[in-house]
Design a protein around this ligand. Sequence first.
Ligand code: HEM
Length: 451
Amino acid sequence: MAPRELPSASIADTVQFNQAIIVPNAVQGLFRRRPGPVGVATRLGLDGRAVRLMEGLRARYAPGPVWIRVMKDRVLLCLDVEDVARTLDGSPHPFASDPPAKRTGMGHFQPDALTLSRGELWENRRRFTEAVLETPAAVHSLAGGFLDVVVEETDRLLSVAAAEGGGTLDFEAWHAMFRRLTRRIVLGDHAAEDEEVSELLASLMSEANGLPSEPSEIYPAYTERLDAYVEAAEPGSLVSLFAGAPHDVDTRAAGQATHWLFALQDTLATNALRALALVATHPAQRAVVDRELEGDEAPYLAACLQEAMRLFPTTPLLSRETLVDVAWHGTTVPKGTQVLIVNGFHHRDRARLEYADRFAPEAWTEGDAGSERAFNHFSSGPQGCPGRNLALLVGTAVLAQVLRGWPAVVVAGVADGLSPDAPLPYSLNPSALRFAARGPGGSGGGGVADS
Ligand code: HEM
């Protein structure tokens, strides 16, 4: 029997796919989101259009992936969750996670990154990363100190917001707090004031959005600063664990910390603020959180954070490249093929998930969301995020501290349509969110303020 060919998308579908997904993603910033274009994309509802388009593609071309042109490349787009799982279970071999655009862009600010590494080098760097981040542990051995940092920095944020911000909190202040907290956790307390190291990294990431072919002029200044912190290895910080973690010259230990810096200070900051907005606009879930905060553990609040990431994934697309010919659905996918996973679609799959478009933390605490292969905000499989537990620990602790300090916190101003009574929107622009204390003892108590 002749091998079955995988289908190819029509010209109309290809044009729409590029218009609705590829171009907006690039314009909003592949490595550092640009607030202006993110606001425009949110207003235009582009993420919702993308999900509808993906539903149409699946109806027309599944089962199996479909060939589609992305700019000048012919890539394979996963439509079924089985193909998503297969791709991620096979990463980084045969599905390498460094297709050309990612290599060019990320290579600009972290040329030694684990996620750009292949084969033995990936294994070497992954071993080191997992040892320092203590990936399999639910609670990191340095968690006690990290949580002290969280409490100090969050309390500071709330008191500055009360004194200078008129009792309101926005993404700018929130993000600055996350940057400080991140520097202390990753590099040590002596980096608390070093705004410049964060700023250098942010500038490098902005440059990377343009997929530059020339090395950056500021990269040497950034690495010099980073190396000095690694060298100093302040006790209690992540870099203090480098010496005891398995590594050699190829590991490029200091080069691994860049990913941790931006993942904590940018990615987690965005996700945690969205989670706060969801909790603040959903009274029933909020009541569960409030009860939970009377105790020490906060699994439901951690689930709220997971939900924010499911609903609004900060990694909207996962891309891979085949390192060898791969047998797939009775055909051979040639070496060098790019494979694409659209997280935003699989996370909101109405055909599979009863709770696709609502805020459902109980799906994590009581249901099987934790093992759902469609959810890949942390990716999954051998190359899944090694900082997942650390991110959940820190993010949940920040949220808990805010909700304790501002028990009646409400979303003030734009809430981008967050409500338990209607399907949730597909985007939630962090820069547009603003919170008001209305407390303690205030009358806010959940819901969207009318201010
Ligand atoms: C909410 C926060 C975070 C989210 C949503 C997140 C998400 C992800 C995703 C989706 C990937 C896979 C990317 C791909 O394959 O293209 C990834 C990989 C990675 N993450 Fe995270 N991450 C977060 C926090 C962290 C933190 C806090 C750290 C470290 C301290 C970290 C370190 C890494 C590293 C090193 C990789 C590369 C893994 C590899 O290639 O083997 N992440 N993360």
